[in-house]
Design a protein around this ligand. Structure first.
Ligand SMILES: NC(=O)C1=CN([C@@H]2O[C@H](COP(=O)(O)OP(=O)(O)OC[C@H]3O[C@@H](n4cnc5c(N)ncnc54)[C@H](O)[C@@H]3O)[C@@H](O)[C@H]2O)C=CC1
Ligand SMILES: O=C(O)CCC(=O)N[C@@H](CCC(=O)O)C(=O)O
Length: 469
């Protein structure tokens, strides 16, 4: 088995090493553990998951420190990721009751009809590196709550965080057989996704991988597949009187987490008359943003991207935009030799004939100027993706038009594209998802509805169409 190594992006220090796991063995263990967990009353599973939240609370600082070191994100942001892991339990309990509660339905005299939900069985969870605890946890907690067992394969770039998360479930009393950690990379991910012993796959990651998984599941309609994928998200700035606030909203949208959020704004579409002053206001703030190590003092606004390879690919993508006619406003500089820190970059692509519709998962913002609001919406929709979209404007009627016409699963008004709430459904259209939104609606894909038609005694008669006896 090949060795896997997790490095700290900010320093290059080795954080974790281990061997790839055995897919067959993990699936078999989860299958053996599943029925016992599913048979437990819901109250028991709720109680156990509340204990999990308490374990994470107790280990909060160690967990945040690990996430910060393994992803490179600032410590303050890693702390808020751990807060989201804790909050997920109560939100999922509420969501489960709301979305999948047992219900009585109208039924003929003398009988009863009930709607109940059943778990699928063994669910595979594949996680991304940018939120290595919160996002897989957003599948795992609702899956366990509904009575499923889980085999979780974290991203190969954040294995230590994945292992820490699973250990918290076990420490809280979730049976070890019911949450399995599968160490591995894409090959193990593929083997898990193809495994006959799973009943479904809950995926968060890139659209490239998600599309491959969608093809893999094409002849397996009996298995549930939830895909949370990437975005090429627009933020439109129009008729706003406060350019400083607009600039901050755009910067938060584009550069929080070094642009490594699926909901990050990749494209700013700005009213022509506001473009120069807005860019100037952004530039003034961007010059002051601290890019640094996760634990640095003063705290950085953003850390490095995940690794050198990613930093190099982003640099190449920025150069390709320039070669294609983009006009750089702030270059994508690498301030620390040999480490993947990047300074946030902006490029005006208004005059580019062909703009590539790809997700550049890093701190690069592409700017387009538009005279007309309908053109701006058309530009916002000029993408195969459809995760998040924002409008910054003082005019309610413009937001009504934006909301009605923009193609995205999360639509925001005077709010950033990112920072979506776990209390709402979270998902996109097009290449961003397969209409199985997560967060509050994860309850829907973790259990399926079954109707129970019931009568205490068998009673039947044929009223029409019988010959005389
Ligand atoms: N819509 C959403 O909720 C979110 C989406 N993302 C997206 O995730 C991406 C960043 O995460 P990455 O880790 O780079 O994604 P990725 O797609 O490279 O990897 C995600 C997971 O899939 C596994 N994997 C990779 N190739 C596979 C294959 N062929 N078969 C099976 N498994 C495979 C990886 O090992 C990892 O565990 C971005 O595109 C981002 O937009 C990130 C967070 C949230
Ligand atoms: O999944 C949830 O509970 C809510 C969605 C969420 O946390 N979204 C975050 C991070 C997603 C990402 O970009 O990777 C956000 O919208 O910023």
């Amino acid at each position: 088995m090949p060795e896997l190594i997790s490095e700290e992006p900010a320093t290059g220090a080795i954080l974790w090493r281990g061997r790839a796991g055995d897919v067959d063995a993990e699936v078999a263990t989860a299958r053996a553990g599943w029925a016992g967990w599913a048979a437990r009353p819901l109250a028991f599973r709720v109680e156990t998951l509340r204990r999990f939240a308490n374990v994470v609370r107790q280990r909060h600082e160690a967990f945040a420190d690990l996430i910060a070191r393994e992803t490179g994100k600032p410590l303050w942001e890693a702390r808020s990721e751990v807060d989201s892991v804790v909050a997920k339990v109560d939100i999922s309990v509420t969501a489960y009751a709301d979305r999948t509660a047992q219900r009585r339905l109208d039924s003929p005299m003398g009988s009863r009809m009930a709607l109940r939900h059943k778990p699928h069985g063994v669910l595979a969870v594949l996680g991304p590196y940018n939120f290595p605890a919160h996002l897989p946890n957003g599948h795992i907690v609702p899956a366990l709550l509904a009575g499923n067992a889980v085999v979780f394969k974290p991203s190969e770039k954040t294995l230590a965080t994945g292992a820490f998360l699973v250990e918290c479930f076990h420490a809280a009393g979730v049976p070890e057989a019911c949450v399995r950690l599968l160490i591995g990379g894409p090959a193990e991910g593929k083997a898990l996704a193809s495994h006959r012993g799973i009943d479904g796959l809950l995926f968060t990651g890139s659209s490239r991988t998600g599309l491959a998984l969608n093809r893999l599941f094409a002849d397996r309609p009996e298995k549930i597949l939830a895909l949370e994928m990437g975005g090429n998200n627009p933020i439109v700035v129009w008729d706003t009187p406060d350019l400083h606030t607009a600039a901050v909203l755009v910067i938060q949208s584009a550069f929080t987490s070094a642009g490594q959020r699926c909901t990050a704004a990749r494209r700013l579409i700005v009213q022509e008359r506001l473009a120069d002053p807005l860019i100037e206001a952004m530039d003034a703030v961007m010059r002051r943003l601290i890019v640094g190590e996760p634990h640095a003092d003063p705290a950085p606004f953003m850390g490095p991207v995940i690794d050198n390879e990613t930093a190099e690919l982003l640099t190449e993508s920025f150069l390709a935009l320039m070669m294609g006619g983009g006009r750089p406003i702030r270059h994508l500089e690498r301030p620390v030799e040999g480490r993947p820190f990047l300074l946030p970059a902006m490029i005006d692509v208004t005059d580019m004939a062909e703009r590539p519709d790809v997700e550049l998962f890093g701190p690069i913002l592409q700017i387009t100027r538009r005279e007309d609001f309908d053109d701006a919406i058309e530009e916002a929709n000029a993408t195969r993706y459809g995760l998040s979209a924002s409008l910054v404007s003082q005019t309610p009627a413009l937001y009504d038009r934006f909301w009605a016409n923009v193609r995205a699963g999360i639509v925001n008004w005077n709010r950033p594209t990112n920072g979506a709430s776990s209390k709402a459904p979270f998902g996109g259209v097009g290449w961003s998802g397969n209409h199985r939104p997560g967060a509050y609606y994860a309850a829907d894909y973790c259990a399926f509805p079954v109707v129970s038609n019931e009568a205490d005694a068998a009673r039947a008669s044929i009223g029409i169409g019988l010959r005389e006896a």
